[in-house]
Design a protein around this ligand. Structure first.
Ligand code: NAD
Length: 478
């Protein structure tokens, strides 16, 4: 889809996120022919740099983080020619007049706040003061969006002072994944699944986001956040919303986000016995969580598993099991919708009991599979076997189906197009914190400590028990 010419300013353009994700993503969109004539990308940060130095910085970022993405030299030259840099102080006056002068008239203006949340308010205010905030202006903010309901409200207020909600794009890159959107197509574009998508037919749903890395130099931030704030309140909650929501009346931003909000509001408070928190141990040369964050007393969790219930007509009685952690066995994220067994088996016991599972894999190998039970081929009588049906149909769709843009590419272009469907609305974020806050307060009041778990495992043994006691089990992390 073509986009209009735009000016995109990346505040924090010299930072880690810009280097690893945003700038390489913009380059790939350029190569895909999606940067219209006259577009400008302007890095703006505290660092002293000029356009030429910024172009070198971006060239190096692309070399390091674009893997073996093939491109033509002329694309690189073309991309570099639309890059500019202005030294700007978010907390002072430096650079703002220059930045305002760089803006072109009658353009979409997008400002990506790739900086810590304490700068969101000051940046919004200065955009206003220096005349860059008009109805064509959009701002993009990164996580963490607050650390509790109070701070999230404060951030929302500081943005709302200068921008309307329809100008604010709160990014959750999980929503930009192709497969996550395909989930909506599969749910709402087919007759086949929606009638079964409820507690009558679904036994349970599990969501796993497992990482192999530890806290990786983000120890100070992470130790103040933990897995609940860093992952569950935002990413896992967003996935849960898409899986559990009612069909929106249209595939439009507010229709979709209204339905997501209802899911969050339907969440029951969680029984402390339905939560397992963990901290990874040392292994060989790899340090323990406590060593990584240099805080031997820390009670922050690097792993969490929870069992949730939604109090609504569709899902009453179907538990949702969520888990996420660092230093786990594999880097693997998936949602599994586990259907109930057939009410009665007509086959003898040897055939075994089987169930359909719809698996939405976010990484590695993004895709959607449906396990279907069939007869094991051959003369051995009626033996049943579960085989995965590839629902992403890359073969049927041809080679283009594999050339999908990554999450940041899609989301940034959605900002330019003015499509907020895949971004979180302020009230969603607040509702998620309103649910999270009492859980965390409970740990703090009781002095709950996380359980140690081995690096390379699936988390603490108690997390397995959380499912076993219900006669269920987690899918393997692999
Ligand atoms: P970083 O520390 O690497 O970069 C910060 C950037 O902000 C730098 O470009 C710096 O020059 C600029 N900056 C700092 N103070 C400034 C000021 N007063 N005026 C102007 N510019 C200033 O941080 P990062 O890792 O790139 O993270 C940026 C944001 O994205 C943070 O909110 C972070 O939580 C979020 N985030 C980062 C990642 C990641 O992988 N790095 C992932 C998700 C979210």
């Amino acid at each position: 889809i073509p986009v209009e010419a735009f000016d995109l300013v990346v505040f924090g353009g010299t930072g880690d996120l810009a280097r690893r994700k945003i700038l390489p993503a913009l380059f790939r969109r350029y190569c895909a022919g999606q940067m219209p004539e006259g577009a400008q990308i302007i890095g703006a940060a505290r660092s002293e740099m000029d356009d030429a130095q910024f172009r070198v910085f971006v060239t190096e970022a692309i070399a390091e983080f674009n893997g073996d993405f093939p491109y033509k030299d002329e694309d690189m030259q073309g991309f570099l020619s639309i890059l500019f840099y202005i030294t700007v102080d978010a907390l002072g006056d430096r650079g703002w007049t220059e930045l305002a002068a760089k803006m072109q008239a009658d353009r979409v203006r997008a400002f990506y706040f790739s900086v810590g949340p304490s700068l969101f308010g000051p940046l919004a205010e200065r955009l206003h003061t220096y005349g860059m905030a008009d109805m064509n202006t959009r701002i993009v903010v990164e996580k963490p969006f607050g650390r509790d309901l109070e701070t999230a409200k404060e951030l929302n207020r500081s943005l709302a002072d200068h921008f309307d909600e329809h100008q604010v794009y709160r990014i959750d890159h999980y929503l930009g994944k192709e497969t996550v959107q395909n989930l909506m197509a599969i749910r709402f574009g087919n007759m086949l699944f929606e009638p079964l998508w409820n507690s009558q037919y679904v036994d349970h749903i599990q969501i796993t986001v497992a990482e192999t890395v530890g806290v990786q130099g983000r120890g100070e931030y992470y130790d103040r956040a933990g897995a609940m704030r860093d992952m569950v309140q935002n990413h896992l909650m967003q996935l849960l919303c898409l899986i559990a929501m009612e069909p929106p009346s249209r595939f439009e931003p507010d229709a979709v986000r209204d339905e997501k909000l209802k899911v969050i509001r339907a969440l029951d408070p969680v029984d402390p016995g339905d939560i397992v928190r963990g901290q990874y141990r040392a292994e060989g040369e790899r340090q323990s969580y406590l060593e990584d964050v240099e805080n031997p007393q820390s009670t922050t969790e690097s792993f969490i598993a929870l069992k949730l219930h939604l109090s609504n007509w569709r899902w009453a009685g179907t538990p949702f099991y969520l888990r996420t952690g660092k230093r786990m066995r594999a880097r693997s994220s998936e949602i599994a919708v586990v259907f109930k067994e057939t009410p009665h088996s007509i086959f003898d016991e040897e055939a075994g009991r089987h169930r359909n599972i719809l698996t939405i894999r976010l990484q590695p190998n993004e895709g959607i599979d449906l396990d279907v039970t069939i007869k094991e081929p051959g003369p051995g009588g009626m033996r049943l076997v579960d085989v995965p049906l590839d629902m992403t149909f890359t073969e049927a769709l041809g080679p283009d189906a594999e050339q999908v843009p990554d999450a940041y590419e899609r989301l940034i272009m959605d900002v330019v197009r003015g499509n907020q469907t895949l971004f979180m609305r302020g009230d969603e974020v607040e509702a998620a914190w309103a649910w999270t806050d009492p859980i965390i307060a409970g740990w703090e009041e009781r002095g709950d400590k996380p359980l140690p778990y081995d690096t390379g495992s699936s988390g603490p043994v108690d997390a397995l028990a959380l499912m076993h006691r219900d006669g269920r089990r987690w899918r393997e992390v692999r």
